[in-house]
Design a protein around this ligand. Structure first.
Ligand code: 2RA
Length: 332
């Protein structure tokens, strides 16, 4: 049995982690929840037991085996050294350490062995990257992927618990003729699309868009992979969707790709256009599989394939993936 902490326990991902730890029967002898001073002292129920929220500190981390990071990257950076000094392994969902050379970046279905390379910190990847790479890695095994063009359709809950509240309030304001006042997003999201997630990072690409290339390269061990990505916030409550066009070293047929996806861990093939069956965010929410469909030839390149995938970004794209990494850690 293990002593486990959650840093950022009161946020959307932290709350989901509590639920998934219980659901997966993670072998826990003690759960400690850490959040800011605003929440410290409050008692929440976990698995039928009361757990008091504490402020994070090296002293409060002492005795834990694993701390799951569900906080933003500035908080992760602040407390990771204390977690490690206290003797626990920090399995972090934030972007703080993902690209550090001595920190493995892991999707358990893709690069489980990398967990062994850790020095106290293991990172879980970005939500859209996890969903996309879980889907395309199976095809990379048929023929190495050279490049990828991706467009994401990211749900409002990816921006935290305030995202769905803002969408609902805007829909209500518009219905009743009241003014819309965006706070979480930079523009009205109701009945709109916002083609910016993150700040500008490189040549007009946002930080969220560059994660797809940089994290994808590290996880799939494809250092020369080239990715062009456009990330778009859409008025969907939960589950991110991604349109992907892949170019391989050699041609991969639709039939081969369908077989590979159907057999791939963490994926479900949902691909029957004639019967209107394809992945949709309403169907992928509150579960852990990445649904993949619309697999078809890329009409611009003989070595290309196009597909569509959806997954629950709070579960597989964040909380579940982080907990799966912790499970690997105790297994290995
Ligand atoms: C989102 N949380 O905004 C993600 C960003 N990685 O959807």
């Amino acid at each position: 049995m293990y002593k486990v902490g959650i840093l950022g326990a009161t946020g959307a991902v932290g709350r989901e982690m509590m639920k998934i730890l219980a659901e997966r029967q993670f072998p826990i002898s003690e759960l400690r929840l850490f959040a800011s001073s605003r929440s410290a002292g409050k008692v929440v129920e976990w698995n039928g037991r009361p757990v008091m929220i504490q402020e994070p500190s090296e002293e409060n981390f002492r005795g834990l085996d694993i701390v799951l990071g569900a906080a933003e990257s500035d908080i992760a950076r602040l407390y990771a050294p204390e977690v490690v000094r206290a003797g626990a392994v920090f399995v972090d969902n934030s972007s703080a350490y993902r690209m550090d050379d001595d920190v493995p970046l892991v999707i358990p279905e893709v690069n489980p062995e990398d967990v062994k390379l850790h020095h106290g910190i293991i990172a879980s990847a970005n939500c859209s990257t996890i969903i996309t790479v879980t889907a395309v890695n199976a095809l990379n095994a048929i023929s190495p992927i050279r490049s990828m063009v991706a467009s994401t359709y990211q749900a409002v809950s990816g921006a935290g618990a305030g995202g769905p509240v803002e969408l609902a309030e805007e829909v209500e304001a518009l219905r009743t003729g009241k003014p819309v006042q965006p706070k979480v997003f930079s523009h009205q999201i109701a009945y709109n699309l916002i083609p910016q997630i993150g700040g500008e990072q490189y040549e007009g690409y946002t930080s969220e868009e560059m994660k797809m290339q940089n994290e994808g390269r590290k996880i799939m061990h494809l250092p020369d992979l080239r990715v062009t990505c456009t990330c778009v916030r859409v008025p969907v409550v939960r589950s991110h969707s991604i349109s992907v066009t892949l170019r391989f070293d050699k041609p991969v047929s639709v039939r081969e790709a369908r077989h590979a996806i159907a057999a791939a861990p963490g994926c479900r093939l949902v691909d029957d256009l004639g019967n209107h069956e394809y992945p949709m965010p309403l169907d992928t929410s509150d579960q852990d599989l990445v649904y993949v469909g619309r697999i078809r030839p890329d009409l611009t390149d003989d070595n290309g394939l196009t597909l569509w995938c959806c997954g629950d970004q709070i579960r597989k794209g964040a909380a579940t993936n982080t907990i799966q990494v912790a499970e690997l850690l105790i297994e290995k």
